[in-house]
Design a protein around this ligand. Sequence first.
Ligand code: SAM
Length: 324
Amino acid sequence: MRFRPSALFRYGIPAHESERFPLDWERLFGRRAPLAVEVGFGGGEYLAWWAGQRPDWNLVGLERPPECVARAARLLERSGADHVRLVRGDARYLLRELFAAASLERVLMQFPMPWPKEKQAKHRVSSPDFAATLAMVLRPGGCFELVTDQDWYATESHDFLSGDGRFELSALEREPEREFRTRYEQKWLEQGRSIYRLRARLLEGGATRRIIQEEPLHCTHLDSTLTEAAVAALAGRRFTAPGVVAEVKESFRAEGSWLLKVVSADDAFSQIFYLRLVSKPDGSSLVKVEPQPRPYPTAAVRFVVESVAAALRDSLAPGADLSA
Ligand SMILES: C[S@@+](CC[C@H](N)C(=O)[O-])C[C@H]1O[C@@H](n2cnc3c(N)ncnc32)[C@H](O)[C@@H]1O
C-alpha cells in the first residue's frame, strides 16, 4: 500500500506536540460526541467498519508501528470517515495520558499480542495498571471489551479487572456472535482456533498517577559560558532518581551550539530526543529541549534538563576536574 501524506495529515494526531494534556478531543474533532478508543487497531479494518456503524461517535485508534497508522489512515481516507483519529505510540501509557478522567464511552482491544512467556509479561497491555487506567478514563457505565484467541489471556484480564473491584464483568464468552471479524480473527478462525470475549462495565471511577506534566517544558540558564570539554564530558552520563532515568547518548556541534541526544524513561515509558546547549553573547548559556522531535513533557524530560544543567555548572566551576 502506498504512503499517503495527505491521509496521515488528515487522520494522524501528533499527540506529543500537544500544548495540553490530556488532549482536548472535542476541539480536535470539532464536535462534542461520545468518545471511544480501539487499542492496537492493526490495519484499521475494524476502525473503518466501526466508523460506519457509529457516525455519531468520535473514535480514536492507538497503535505502535507507524506502518499500521499509515495503512489505517489510507483505509479511512478511502471510506471518507471524518470522525476517526489515529495516534502512534504505546497504548499502555497513551490511554492513561491522552484522555481525561471519565471521558470514554468504550475501550476496545481485539487480539492483543499475548506475549505468552513469563519474562515477556511486562509487554502485555492487560495488567493491574491497565485496569486502573480504564477505571480512570472510562465514564462510569462505560465499557471495556477484549476479544482474543488466548483463553488464558482472557482469564488473566478477567482477574485483573475483578481484582480492581470497580468493574462489573460479563461471563467469558466463547465463540461470540460478531458483526465484523478483524484481520487476525479471520486468520485464527481459519486455523480452527476459538475466540473469547470479555466485557467489563465500569461501576465507579477513580484517579491514577499520570506521568505527563501539564506545565510547558522550560529551559534552564547557566551563569557561565560553555566549553567544548564540559559538553564532551556529558556523553555517556546517566542520571537517575526514583521513577526516572536518563542517559546522554552523544554530543555534537550543530549550528554554532551543541546538541545532546538523550534517552529518558519514566518507569518503562522511554523517549528519545535532543537537548540544545547554547552559549549566549552575555557570557551566560542555556539548556533547552529541542522542539523536533518533541518529547512528551514528562518528569524524566524535566529531570534530564535540570541534571544536565547541574552537571555543566559543576564542570564549569573554577578548578573543576573534567578528567573524572
Ligand atoms: C495481533 S495484532 C491485532 C490487530 C487487530 N486488532 C486485528 O485484530 O486484526 C496486535 C496489534 O496490537 C498492537 N499492539 C501491541 N502492543 C501494543 C501497545 N502497547 N500499544 C499499541 N498497540 C499495540 C500491535 O502493533 C498489533 O498491530
